[in-house]
Design a protein around this ligand. Structure first.
Ligand SMILES: [Zn+2]
Length: 233
């Protein structure tokens, strides 16, 4: 095989290696990116933090309602029990009962409002927890797939590196140096295929003499415009 054809094979290997390595970087980044889970978990925590004080408030209101109801019951017992006969005192008890009843109504209103808030938050929390579970399941499945892909990519990179090493040994150091230099400057594409009489990368037509020399493949010819090594397939 001519040196330029060997270099062309080397370029193919290098491009494959580069694409595998780029994918390794992507997969590694994806494996570390669990933002969706974190956001879903944060949403659950935020709702739990809002729900807790409302539940406490509902419990407190229930307790106070019971206390007020008990007080009203006792006041009614005194009012109708026959032990109090003093009109001033009876009137005073009636006032207290009326006051307890107003308090009871206000507490019931507050409790109703709180229970509505609790129910809304519980519903939102239920949805948020289901979402978190779905996101975590997706994440776990994606992890499995990505880890398998990463293993495959790593083994492909190892194989390509070994192939490259082997191929490199068959190329003269002069050609290799030129290739590496061009590769660095030409975004990985040191070698261009001759298509008709034009360079396939920059598209510039080559002279008849150049085209002939490239076809003969005896020496290393570069594109007259972009400077890449030309190869005829
Ligand atoms: Zn060119």
């Amino acid at each position: 095989m001519s040196q330029t054809r060997t270099l062309y094979r080397l370029q193919k290997l290098d491009l494959e290696l580069e694409s595998r390595r780029a994918r390794v970087r992507e997969v590694t980044a994806a494996l570390e990116d669990n933002r969706a889970c974190q956001e879903a978990r944060a949403q659950v925590t935020a709702l739990e933090d809002r729900l807790r004080p409302q539940e406490t408030r509902a419990a407190d209101l229930n307790l106070e309602i019971k206390t007020v109801a008990e007080q009203t019951k006792q006041l009614n017992a005194r009012l109708y029990g026959g032990t109090v006969n003093n009109p001033k005192e009876l009137e005073d008890i009636q006032h207290k009962i009326a006051e307890r009843q107003r308090r009871h109504a206000a507490l019931e209103d507050a409790l109703l409002e709180t229970m509505i808030a609790v129910e809304e938050l519980q519903e939102a929390l239920h949805t948020a927890r289901a979402h978190l579970q779905a996101v975590e399941e997706q994440w776990a499945a994606a992890q499995t797939t990505l880890k398998a892909e990463l293993e495959r990519l790593k083994s492909e990179v190892r194989r390509l590196k070994a192939d490259r090493q082997q191929l490199e040994q068959t190329i003269s150091s002069e050609y290799l140096a030129l290739y590496q230099n061009l590769r660095a400057r030409k975004n990985g594409y040191a070698i261009a295929v001759l298509e008709g009489d034009s360079c396939s990368i920059c598209g510039v037509g080559q002279t008849t003499a150049t085209v002939q020399q490239v076809r003969q493949g005896l020496e290393l010819i570069t594109c007259e415009s972009c400077g890449r090594i030309l190869i005829a397939l």
